[in-house]
Design a protein around this ligand. Structure first.
Ligand code: FAD
Ligand code: NAP
Length: 336
């Protein structure tokens, strides 16, 4: 275990903060031993993966577990699917590349999402109409207080839109060590999102393979999203608000051009990026904290912004969207 470690290079926002203790986790057995030995209540504990969905607001007086457990193994093969068990420290894109190389379907729309596998269940990562829950068989996690292993079925993870048990009742209580994924041996592509459909059509593909879909998703993402290695960010800062039909109908009357997506349960999702852009924030900059000029949902660190400045900017945005549209924006990023 190391002491007084700088977390600046370990978060994609590039925010400066230190942790009192830093423990790189590469084996589940070591993690359990550590939790048993140390008495888990002695210091507060946080788990870090790729640091692409955290906002560091201050130094941390506790232990950061940096998840590095590796490994990908086929646990079972059935007629139509393969069950792949993956270590929480594997880079998400390494996993996607591995599945595409084997022609196992399910992760292609989730290409190029930064971060590590263990964080995927936390907010049920999603992109282009696919979510982690669509491929999740189970999640293995160590209970921090007791060091006990618990295996959560997908149902027990209570996945929702950018949400799960691990963001609610289980928040801060577990270290995810492995996930098991159910991947299709006879892949079918999901082109339900217009942006992806358009990219497929523009490429002249009539029946694209999962490899082609993965490549197109990567291409679209590269063209739209800021690269954290160039400009600090944590992807979408807020969740897209999902509105009750009566609220959305009122808004639509006033703003007929507002994009909207009907959900299965009758509620309506409105892109937060549109609300923020209409409120005049796209490309805004105050000091080194700003709003990306191509994608208003992404807050950026132009260089030396502090976590507190990003938080203050996010609160100003929330207040102005609330004042203009009456809509509450909920952060997607995890504040530390
Ligand atoms: P971290 O940022 O390290 O951690 C995120 C949270 O999960 C923290 O609260 C942390 O404590 C917890 N955590 C991490 N690992 C574990 C573990 N093993 N056990 C317990 N808790 C853990 N997200 C999407 O859903 N869809 C996208 O399309 C998308 N695109 C993005 C694009 C960019 C450019 C960026 C910067 C981010 C994007 N994100 C997206 C957000 C982010 O990449 C995902 O949420 C990703 O899963 C975070 O992984 P991470 O390993 O970096 O997690
Ligand atoms: P986009 O295609 O411009 O669409 C804007 C928003 O509309 C998206 O956020 C998406 O919601 C929603 N949307 C589009 N088509 C939809 C449909 N058929 N049904 C329901 N909702 C629909 O989005 P983008 O900004 O370029 O991002 C593309 C995809 O990558 C999105 O799925 C987005 O979530 C994901 N992404 C996520 C992050 C992150 O950090 N979380 C960062 C970048 C991109 P959803 O966001 O709910 O999908």
């Amino acid at each position: 275990m190391l002491q007084d470690v700088d977390l600046t290079p370990l978060n994609t926002f590039g925010l400066s903060a230190k942790t009192r203790f830093y423990y790189p986790v590469t084996r589940e057995a070591d993690l359990v031993e550590f939790l048993m030995d140390q008495g888990a209540t002695q210091w507060p504990i946080r788990v870090l993966g790729g640091g692409s969905n955290v906002l560091l607001t201050d130094d941390f007086d506790g232990v950061v577990f940096h998840m590095g457990i590796q490994g990908m193994e086929v646990a079972d093969t059935r007629q139509d699917h393969v069950l792949l068990r993956v270590g929480a420290g594997v880079e998400w894109q390494e996993l996607v590349t591995h599945t595409l190389a084997h022609n196992w379907g399910g992760l292609e729309n989730l290409s190029l999402i930064p971060g590590r596998v263990g964080a995927a269940p936390i907010q049920n990562i999603g992109a282009y109409g696919t979510e982690f829950k669509d491929v999740c068989e189970s999640v293995e996690a160590i209970h921090i207080q007791t060091g006990q292993l618990r295996v959560f079925s997908a149902a027990h993870c209570a996945f929702g839109y950018r949400d799960s048990f691990f963001k609610r009742e289980g928040k801060g209580k577990y270290v995810i060590t492995h996930v098991a994924l159910r991947l299709r041996l006879h892949p079918e592509v999901n082109l339900s999102y217009q942006a992806l459909r358009q990219a497929v059509d523009a490429a002249g593909l009539v029946s694209p393979t999962i490899q082609e879909v993965g490549a197109l998703v990567s291409e679209v993402r590269r063209s739209k999203l800021p690269d954290p290695r160039v400009i600090g960010n944590a992807g979408s800062f807020f969740k897209n608000p999902v509105l009750a039909p009566y609220l959305e109908a009122g808004l639509r009357e006033e703003y007929p051009g507002m994009p909207r997506f009907l959900q299965e349960d009758g509620s309506i999702k409105v892109p937060a990026a549109w609300l923020i852009e209409q409120s005049g924030w796209k490309g805004f900059r105050k000091g080194d904290a700003g709003v990306h000029d191509k994608q208003a949902l992404v807050l950026v660190n132009h260089g030396k912004a502090k976590g507190g400045e990003i938080v203050a900017l996010s609160q100003e945005i929330q207040a102005s969207v609330k004042a203009k549209f009456g809509v509450n924006l909920e952060p997607e990023v995890n504040f530390w």
